[in-house]
Design a binder for this molecule. Structure first.
Ligand code: ADP
Ligand code: MG
Length: 725
């Protein structure tokens, strides 16, 4: 008998050596092995007859080998095998595949899968088909014939699961099929189900054991399409379970946080007045709504954990400043953290412009300050003189001691990843030695701002432990940005256009993928193009250069000059990608735009279109553009909508990369797929919340405890560092 927690080593046919190969794939226990799902299924119950094949279709064929051989063409060796059924024949070819030479003895029965085509002579062929040798007695030795027959019945006459091979081909699809079958046959009759019985019944979910069987060994009548799309009842049950446990952990976190003590700020009259006074414009409806939601959170004694999500240019900063005023008017300090120095500086400038006039005391804390100055700033913070502290994330988080920190604002969250978010939330500057526990400061409120347009449904369900406010409206008076794509062979025209815009009083960004050239990539580089522009293209214009390797003081000067309009053109790398706000800049030229990710391009484009003037984004391509590159550029030209772009980005890159690596805190899934399974994610979130709201007539305390216990083990295992609750 095997338990789910049994190491794979003890499954028949694995042993210590192969278990190492499996461990490299992250498959350590029987449970892991059983969650190694087929990536596709073949209908070998009703395979297509060779005679009925039509060019253009994907097909599974079971046929007999007639002959095979290795050919040399002028360009590469080519292996050809002809399989047949009666008089119908099908040619299969593989490139560079000398190793196939002895695989196909005549008479051997094989399963083939691939796209059927017509060759030049009109005969049917499949190029590079996936194949499987069926019932190959010679390979196993005569003694095992009867077992062999049983195994063969796993290969034909049914819907057959196809697994991704691994271990340099040592662990084939066929191997997985047998081994997983072994494991399934030796499972105990009852498996513990983390999904409470009432939920299971209400949603008509099958039990865990049945689901495992059917996801690997579907019954004959199962829809092949549902199987491929992971929509069979067995798939749905397994996906639901995984997402349910994720959401249960997130919901638990949220509940625990709500029970902690924070500051109950008052939205008092001075705060209201101050907010009115500082506003340089009429807030949009969305901004008003967001502030209302934030203020409502701040008034509650539980610490706020809110995500303010708004596309680039939607006006998050002013909302953050308003929240800061509430905290300051209540006698608390506020920390505003930005991911880069440039951004911290920019926030500092606007805070001074907007808040300092109203009498608030603001300090900037960045790495490039002189040591003396840093010490002095820290003293101001410690003694409570500084009311708003603006700095880079790293700096504030590490060493700063606050007198009375009430609100932490984190800008452009997507740069930090989710893990860091948890770390930050634990911090409150109160673990100083010498302080007694009852003197611990209350947990500060946290407002996280992000321009990453995480598709709404995902944000709401995935950030189960954050409340979300969305700025879904741009401030008025913006003219839509015109986006064009041109080849860099037409750069002369582009520069002419830039010149015209500058003459009309606008400023322009020109962005490059790299700082310096490099022989292998042959990309145009910021440094070289800066020289080109100052000497040849725009010798009469004032041009600045900005990149990550510049010394911090210089960066600041350049940025400030551009902000003040003292530079016409800013040549830059992606350091300006996030948050920089210069309303008079109306042109964004991106060279080698094909090299940038969609989110990045959208961020870059978000630097313009911030004023009343019509803005232009010119995406120049240089060199070959990949298929995905084409789709990215296409999408950029087609739409300005960050949410639409995010959806496409998610699709192109997959959730893993979209959210950053696992280290960045994005859970990795065994069976779920965030794009495909969005509806199940929402369902799981609702059900998880309902469970924790119990016990009640639906759910017993015992069930809740059991679900939480399983969730903890799962979180520990899957998300490693992230401990739940
Ligand atoms: P983001 O959400 O990208 O951080 P910002 O807060 O930098 O956007 O705002 C973008 C620009 O829009 C700034 O120049 C800001 O002053 C301006 N802005 C913000 N809200 C409004 C508003 N309600 N009316 C007019 N301009 C606004
Ligand atoms: Mg911003």
């Amino acid at each position: 008998m095997l338990e789910l927690s049994t190491p794979v080593q003890y499954v028949k046919g694995i042993g210590p050596r192969l278990s190492e190969v499996l461990a490299a794939k992250g498959l350590n226990t029987v449970d892991d092995l059983l969650h190694y799902l087929p990536f596709r299924y073949e209908d070998r119950l009703n395979p297509r007859g060779v005679a009925e094949l039509r060019p253009g279709e994907m097909a599974t064929v079971i046929a007999e080998v007639r002959n095979s051989g290795l050919f040399r063409t002028r360009r590469m060796p080519l292996f050809q095998m002809v399989a047949g059924q009666g008089r119908a024949k099908l040619k299969c070819i593989w490139f560079n595949s000398a190793y196939l030479k002895d695989k196909f003895p005549p008479g051997q029965i094989v399963a083939l899968y691939g796209k059927v085509e017509q060759d030049k002579r009109g005969e049917l062929q499949i190029v590079q088909p996936q194949f499987e040798i069926l019932g190959d007695v010679a390979e196993e030795g005569a003694a095992e014939v009867s077992e062999q027959k049983a195994a063969a019945s796993l290969e034909i006459g049914r819907i057959v699961p196809i697994y991704e091979a691994t271990g340099q081909g040592r662990l084939t699809s066929r191997w997985f099929r047998r081994t997983i079958r072994q494991a399934l046959e030796n499972l105990p009759a009852n498996l513990l189900d983390p999904v409470p019985a009432t939920i299971r019944q209400r949603l008509s979910l099958m039990g865990p054991r049945e689901a495992l069987w059917q996801v690997h060994w579907p019954e004959a009548g199962e829809s092949l399409r549902d199987l491929q799309e992971a929509r069979t009842p067995a798939h749905v049950r397994m996906i639901f379970e995984e997402l349910f446990l994720l959401e249960l952990g997130l919901e638990l976190k949220r509940r625990q946080l709500k029970a902690e003590t924070g500051v109950a700020f008052q939205l008092n009259e001075p705060a209201r007045q101050a907010i009115k006074k500082i506003l340089p414009f009429h807030p949009t409806f969305a901004q008003k709504r967001a502030l209302k939601e934030i203020a409502a959170d701040m008034e509650k004694p539980a610490p706020m954990r809110r995500l303010l999500q708004g596309d680039v240019g939607s006006g998050k900063t002013i909302v953050a400043f308003e929240a800061a005023i509430i905290a300051i008017e209540n006698g608390y300090q506020v920390a505003l953290m930005a991911p880069t120095e440039i951004l911290a500086q920019q926030h500092y400038f606007s805070a001074r412009r907007i808040l300092e006039n109203a009498g608030y005391r603001i300090v900037l804390l960045t790495g490039s300050l002189e040591e003396d100055r840093k010490r002095e700033v820290r003293r101001h913070i410690r003694q409570g003189n500084a009311q708003l502290v603006i700095g880079t994330h790293a700096l504030i988080e590490q060493k700063v001691e606050f007198d009375k920190l009430g609100l932490v604002i984190v800008d452009e969250q997507h740069r930090f990843g989710v893990l860091q978010r948890f770390k930050l939330m634990k911090k409150s500057g109160d673990s100083e030695p010498g302080k007694l526990p009852d003197q611990l400061a209350p947990e500060p409120d946290v407002l996280v701002m992000t321009a990453t347009p995480i598709p709404r449904t995902l944000a709401l369900t995935l950030y189960g432990d954050l409340d979300v406010s969305v700025l879904d409206e741009l401030p008025p008076g913006r003219t839509p940005i015109v986006t064009r794509r041109v080849s860099d062979e037409r750069s002369d025209e582009v520069w002419k256009f830039v010149r015209k815009q500058v003459e009309a009083g606008r400023q322009a960004y020109v962005v490059y993928p790299v700082i310096e050239e490099n022989e292998t990539t042959e990309l145009k580089a910021a440094l070289k193009m800066y020289k080109e522009m100052t000497s040849r293209i725009f010798p009469d214009l004032r041009i600045g250069l900005l990149h990550g390797k510049l010394e911090a003081g210089l960066k600041e000067t350049v940025m400030r000059m551009f902000q003040k309009g003292e530079l016409h053109i800013l040549v830059s790398t992606t350091v300006i990608e996030v948050g920089v706000d210069v309303p008079n800049a109306a042109v964004m030229v991106v060279e080698h735009a094909e090299r940038f990710g969609l989110a990045q391009l959208h961020q870059l484009r978000g630097r313009i279109g911030r004023g009343a003037a019509k803005s232009y984004c010119i995406l120049m391509t240089g060199g070959k553009v990949s298929e995905d590159g084409e789709r990215r550029l296409d999408a950029m030209v087609r739409t300005n909508d960050g949410f639409q772009l995010a959806e496409l980005d998610l699709e192109l890159r997959g959730p893993g990369e979209f959210f950053g690596t696992r280290q960045a805190g994005m859970p990795s899934f065994r069976v779920a797929n965030l794009i495909r399974d969005r509806d199940l994610l929402e369902l799981a979130k609702r059900e998880a919340a309902a469970v924790l709201a119990g016990p009640n007539s639906e759910i017993s305390q015992g069930e809740i405890d059991s679900a939480i216990r399983i969730m903890r083990t799962r979180w520990q295992k899957t998300y490693g560092l992230l401990e739940a609750g």
